[in-house]
Design a protein. Structure first.
Length: 40
């Protein structure tokens, strides 16, 4: 299973309904890989 792909899809679905801090906290509790920050 490609967890990074799943994380990206979930992030795309949530980006208009949740704030970044909520998404970061949920992601850290589910996924065990480092978060990568990209400039907009």
């Amino acid at each position: 299973m490609d967890y990074i792909y799943i994380a990206l899809q979930v992030g795309d679905l949530l980006k208009y309904d949740a704030v970044v801090k909520q998404i970061d906290r949920a992601g850290k509790s589910i996924f065990k890989f480092e978060c990568e920050k990209f400039p907009n």
